[in-house]
Design a protein around this ligand. Structure first.
Ligand SMILES: Nc1ncnc2c1ncn2[C@@H]1O[C@H](COP(=O)(O)OP(=O)(O)OP(=O)(O)O)[C@@H](O)[C@H]1O
Length: 610
């Protein structure tokens, strides 16, 4: 029997379109054909279990081979096979409907939308025509008394179908590779594709005499069957040469959607690494993509690992994916799981949790900033560290500073440093005053501070160098000044002249005699705007970034230096004032260049004069 026919579609030119426009994704033809072979094998196994197939299953490997001379790639399986009728139904009609739908959608869109569709569309069997000028199917059904069938199609809408002698059950798909697709005749190229997409398929895939896949990757197993070593080993298989992960979460849901996977918390020191090891998305163990943007909440993209879900629609455009109810539920589920895991680690092993904080703090803060629900869970285990390296949770810290750091308006003032080295002098005067100072020196901390101020009641944050220590937390008691009003004005004038810089606002203040003679501070508001802009606030923040810094110079009226400046004759007062000012600049890390040279010289002169 030989039958010739015409594949009934309205779009005559489907193949040129498939071929031309799926260009960037040509390699997926192999994923599609191998997955079909695996599906056919799995179906036969199920039929065996149901008692509908009573024969021997025998060896069920899927074999991929390439013949460079003959210019063919063959994908063979020993699955359930197809009769001629089934080929007509499944290949000529069903498989084609997918391809036709693609073309229909494709034609409607403009150029930008086309790119999206191409990336998202699984074309199934017909993707073979992206690389082949002719495709043959040799198939024999598992059903008794059926003849083998041989189907040929040259990429036009014409096909031929005839009976053939095929001894073994199953399907061979033979691709006659087109001239412009020579790369796929290279064994190394095919092996690369198989490794990328088929590494964890549930049926053995053989290529060049070797099985290339693990049929039961660990995410398909129960956590109780697995040891820590198994998880670490798998991580290193996914991301060779990476440091072992800190910990992991085994995901496993079957209702209301289906999802398994393992998410690892990587050990990362530098942030650039985040991009490299991406989460891989699988659908029934077939690799789909590592662009998981809409499936995983954004802050969790910093994690690594595998997510496997047949419920994620893969063949649709991105905007549809975002709106998909399953995808939204998956997002919520993953966020909850991650928060629960962190809460458990905190509860069970506080010391271990503190040790890991430098690695996981970034995830947690990012999560708190980007997801309200995550914030609500994380607010009880997120940690802050003070300059004495002690960790506190937020409630613990509020409790800790409660008594000492309330200002006269009943606001709790959290003091922090963004650079303990550079702001050392300020940290020291705050701690000498009995205040506690937090280390908030991470990239995200300016945003984190903003969030905490909104969330925590009656709490403000101030950087230690935002004001003189007595004004950082304003109390009712004021230190008396030993200077008369006249002397204060005089002192202010001497300093103004000695400094002569319009961005330095000189004021005379009654501070403790133990404080420095001059203290330079950058008002909290001004500095925050600049910080925000630096970490990418952009937009409206831009104008603050381009403003020059505007510092406050507080001259300590109660310091002995104030008296000496007032009593000095001629130029000496100005020299002393400049010297005291430079010392303050030095403490802020602001004394540089010519000013530093002048300071060193003046210091030497002053030493010599004593
Ligand atoms: N190796 C095979 N053995 C048995 N049947 C097959 C084989 N390859 C394809 N088929 C049949 O052809 C049909 C169409 O295949 P095609 O790959 O185009 O679509 P699909 O697998 O149903 O969906 P997808 O778009 O996800 O690939 C399959 O559903 C299956 O019934």
């Amino acid at each position: 029997m030989q039958e010739k026919g015409s594949i009934s579609i309205h779009t005559e030119n489907i193949f040129p379109i498939i071929k031309k426009f799926l260009y960037s994704d040509h390699e997926i033809f192999l994923r599609e054909l191998v997955s079909n072979a695996v599906d056919a094998t799995q179906k036969l196994k199920s039929l065996g279990q149901l008692g509908e197939f009573k024969g021997e299953l025998g060896e069920l490997k899927v074999k991929v081979s390439v013949d460079k001379e003959a210019r063919t790639i063959t994908i063979s399986d020993r699955g359930l096979g197809m009769t001629a009728e089934e080929i007509k139904k499944y290949i000529n009609q069903i498989a084609f409907s997918g391809a036709t739908e693609f073309v229909e959608k494709y034609k409607e869109k403009d150029a930008a939308a086309k790119d999206q569709i191409i990336g998202q569309f699984g074309l199934g069997f017909y993707s073979a025509f992206m690389v082949a000028k002719e495709v043959e199917i040799f198939s024999k059904s598992y059903k008794d008394d059926t003849e083998g069938a041989h189907w040929v199609c040259d990429g036009s809408t014409e096909f031929s179908l005839e009976t053939t002698d095929k001894a073994d059950r199953g399907t061979d798909v033979v691709l006659h590779v087109a001239e412009d697709s020579d790369e796929f005749l290279e064994a190394a190229r095919l092996k690369g594709i198989l490794n990328k997409y088929c590494k964890f398929l549930p049926v053995e895939i053989e290529f060049e005499g070797e099985v290339i896949n693990q049929t039961a990757p660990i995410w398909t197993k129960q956590p109780s069957e697995l040891t820590d070593e198994d998880y670490v080993k798998f991580y290193q298989e996914l991301y060779p040469f990476s440091e072992p992960p800190l910990f992991w979460i085994h995901l496993n849901v079957d209702y209301p959607f289906n999802l398994t996977g393992i998410l690892y918390f990587p050990k990362v020191k530098d942030e650039l690494q985040f991009q490299r090891n991406k989460i891989q998305l699988y659908s029934r163990q077939v690799f789909i993509t590592d662009e998981v943007k809409d499936v995983v909440p954004e802050f969790l993209m910093l994690l690594h690992g595998v997510i496997d879900s047949p419920d994620i629609p893969l063949n649709v455009s991105r905007s549809f994916l975002q709106a998909d109810a399953n995808v939204r539920k998956i997002n919520t589920y993953i966020t909850k799981k991650v928060a629960d895991k962190l809460a458990e680690l905190y509860r069970k092993d506080r010391a271990g949790f503190e040790e890991k904080w430098s690695d996981i703090g970034l995830f947690v803060k990012y999560g708190m900033l980007s997801d309200e629900k995550f914030y609500d869970k994380a607010k009880d285990f997120a940690l802050v560290q003070n300059t004495a390296s002690k960790y506190f949770t937020l409630p613990e810290y509020q409790e800790f500073i409660q008594a000492n750091q309330k200002d006269k308006n009943d606001q709790t003032v959290v003091l922090y440093t963004s650079d303990p080295e550079a702001q050392h002098a300020y940290v020291q005067s705050a701690t000498e005053r009995g205040y506690d100072v937090l280390k908030l020196d991470a990239v995200l901390d300016p945003h984190f501070i903003g969030q905490l101020e909104q969330k925590l009641e009656k709490t403000t944050f101030k950087r230690v160098d935002a004001d003189t220590v007595s004004k950082l937390i304003e109390k009712d008691e004021a230190t008396e000044s030993v200077l008369s009003e006249d002397d204060k004005t005089k002192l202010q004038d001497v300093f103004k002249q000695a400094i002569s810089n319009e961005h330095m606002h000189v004021q005379v203040e009654a501070l403790s005699p133990q404080d420095a003679p001059v203290i330079i501070t950058l008002p909290e508001f001004m500095r925050r705007m600049k910080d925000m802009q630096r970490v990418g606030g952009g937009g409206g923040m831009q104008m603050f970034g381009s403003l020059p810094d505007s510092y406050t110079v507080s001259v300590n009226a109660n310091h002995p230096v104030a008296q000496r400046v007032l009593q000095a004759e001629g130029e000496a007062g100005s020299t002393l004032a400049r010297q005291a000012f430079d010392l303050a600049l030095l403490a802020q890390g602001l004394l540089k260049g010519e000013a530093l040279t002048a300071f060193v010289k003046r210091s030497a002169d002053l030493l010599a004069a004593e």
